[in-house]
Design a protein around this ligand. Sequence first.
Ligand SMILES: *[C@@H]1O[C@H](CO)[C@@H](O)[C@H](O)[C@H]1NC(C)=O
Ligand SMILES: *[C@@H]1O[C@H](CO)[C@@H](O)[C@H](O)[C@H]1NC(C)=O
Ligand SMILES: *[C@@H]1O[C@H](CO)[C@@H](O)[C@H](O)[C@H]1NC(C)=O
Ligand SMILES: *[C@@H]1O[C@H](CO)[C@@H](O)[C@H](O)[C@H]1NC(C)=O
Ligand SMILES: *[C@@H]1O[C@H](CO)[C@@H](O)[C@H](O)[C@H]1NC(C)=O
Length: 611
Amino acid sequence: MKIKRIALFFSTIFALGNAKNYNFKVVSLSGENYSIGVKYGNEIKPLFSDNFPLFTGTIEADNIDKYKYVVLDKSGVTIEEENIERTYSDESINEVFNRTNKKVEIPKLPEPFKRMFSMGSEKFKPFPNNVIYNVYAKCNETDYEYISNNAFIMDGDKKIRNDKHANCTITIISPDNVYRSTGSAYIFGFGSRAYKKFSWGMKLDKKFLGRKTIKFRAMASDPTLIREKLTTELYKSVYVPVQEGTYARLIINDDVYGLYTIMDSINKRWYKSYIHGDTKSKVGFGYKLFSSPPAGPYSDLKYLGDDYTLYDDVGTYKLDVYDEDTINIDDRVAQWKPLIEFTKMYDNWVKTYGNDNSDKAIDELKKFLNIENLLRLLAIETLVVSLDGFWYVMSNTAIYQNPQRNNYQFLPFDFDETLIGNKNDPLIDEETYKTDCITWATKNETSFEHYFTNNLFKHPQIKNRYDVILGKISRETFAPDKVRAFINSIADLIREDVQWNFDAIKTLDIDYEGGYINRFTYEEFEKNREYGHLDYQPDIRANDASFGVMEWVEMRGNSCKAYTSNVNLNDDKYISDDYEVEVPFSSASKNFIAKITLVTALSQLLIFFLI
Ligand SMILES: *[C@@H]1O[C@H](CO)[C@@H](O)[C@H](O)[C@H]1NC(C)=O
Ligand SMILES: *[C@@H]1O[C@H](CO)[C@@H](O)[C@H](O)[C@H]1NC(C)=O
Ligand SMILES: *[C@@H]1O[C@H](CO)[C@@H](O)[C@H](O)[C@H]1NC(C)=O
Ligand SMILES: *[C@@H]1O[C@H](CO)[C@@H](O)[C@H](O)[C@H]1NC(C)=O
Ligand SMILES: *[C@@H]1O[C@H](CO)[C@@H](O)[C@H](O)[C@H]1NC(C)=O
């Protein structure tokens, strides 16, 4: 007791008689020409940056209780002061200019089915979902300028993607960490180049959270900045493996691009972790399907013969992953064989069992296709009405030959045309699609016959299982109160970044002529998440929004609940792939704390008994 009192006494004297050191760490969002200072009382003290855009400094003062950060120009003149009044605390976190320090809990959507895949590994865990990363890429100026001013280049008289990479040093700052690595940046995707706010990919020389490739999706057409996130979460909640991520503020050289999602790309490490649960596992063959509706070509999965050139480089399939240790990089025959085999097996199955309604047909199909996973994928596509997905146009999907299960499965990606309704799409029947939860994707077959899915759904067992899956998801996962809680928590996470994000693209100083700018507003972010619509106003923006997100969820959910109202939801037997899958990674650090608390409680109990 005595010792404690003396210590207390000394520290009081110390505090009264001496100035104290106050430490500050803050991320600047204002580009390279500016620095950051701390303002307290009438004083402004500059901070310094060894690790741009992080500014740090220690200020010796008698007492700093309230403070703000200010943006300073090169001559030290204040040009912006944040609206937030901060209260000093000894908690050492990297703050962000103009953003409060907040901890948002993102609730999970209900999971009506058990885990089907690992969805991550110890060395490749899902990104935390309640962090906004601050990303600054300092890139070779010549190359960066060339890329950002020329998203497309001419190949003869054909416009093609500019896939050039610029070398960069990439800094990623989270509240409690600073990561830095060399690497490169490039624009990815094709459609996203229609906008001035490009989507960027980055290759990293040093791993970031186990990743060597990360993608930044621009969400350029979505005033809510939430649709892709929600669609991703829907797939995830039914264990259809997807690339997921969280949000990031992106700055490249002196250009402030705004708020993006930072997420995985579909690559070998992702497959190994999300499908097989271990970064060291064997990987199978993955192909992406692309179609060009309405004229085509379509990646219709028809068997075209055994010659790989009928599949390779014809604008439909793209070989994405294979095991480079066993397959030679030049061995095109071996690389395309698994895809061709799949189409051949399906072709045979259609020919042999196409009109056979017995269970034998299903038994034969599940020998090579993960039917259960595909039906869950289709159910989510139905609820979000995916206008560039598998069922509707056989696009934005990968087919993966899973060497562990010895079957094939489908994986969706790119969800920028979901939860928004029809936009004059020629193959959609405007009159019926909103209430139609079974034929919405296949109403108009004049230019494209849905050979693959139509042949599946000829079998009553498959349609019945789809109905049960859709019935359960539309009642449990897609329940409006659950979805609203999820998207509102995401809105809480990003709200302070919304106006800044919309402003960033208006002032972005790149010479790209072709790119649209969507001049959305903060109010539209709030209202379009519920029931508010955005009209088509071509002088202001390229995209409208004829449904609010919650409006869509309620309307579409009700339609699919009505469609499945007579379905026996207790008849919940997986049609294939009924495995027990464990979570192969330790989840959030919260569990760790819980364990420690338990140990402490037990030891206290022990002490109690000893006394
Ligand atoms: C930053 O400063 C340089 C040199 O003064 C200038 O050329 C450049 O335009 C400035 N950048 C911005 C975004 O203001
Ligand atoms: C800071 O917040 C104000 C008000 O919300 C906004 O106008 C300004 O653009 C913000 N600046 C930055 C760098 O976020
Ligand atoms: C930037 O890239 C160009 C070639 O694209 C190269 O000539 C130049 O040396 C690079 N600059 C730096 C600073 O590395
Ligand atoms: C980019 O970096 C790689 C290695 O890090 C190097 O081989 C290449 O020459 C660099 N390119 C440019 C244009 O600087
Ligand atoms: C069906 O799609 C074609 C385009 O492939 C379109 O020309 C036609 O008008 C559509 N039919 C209906 C009834 O919407």
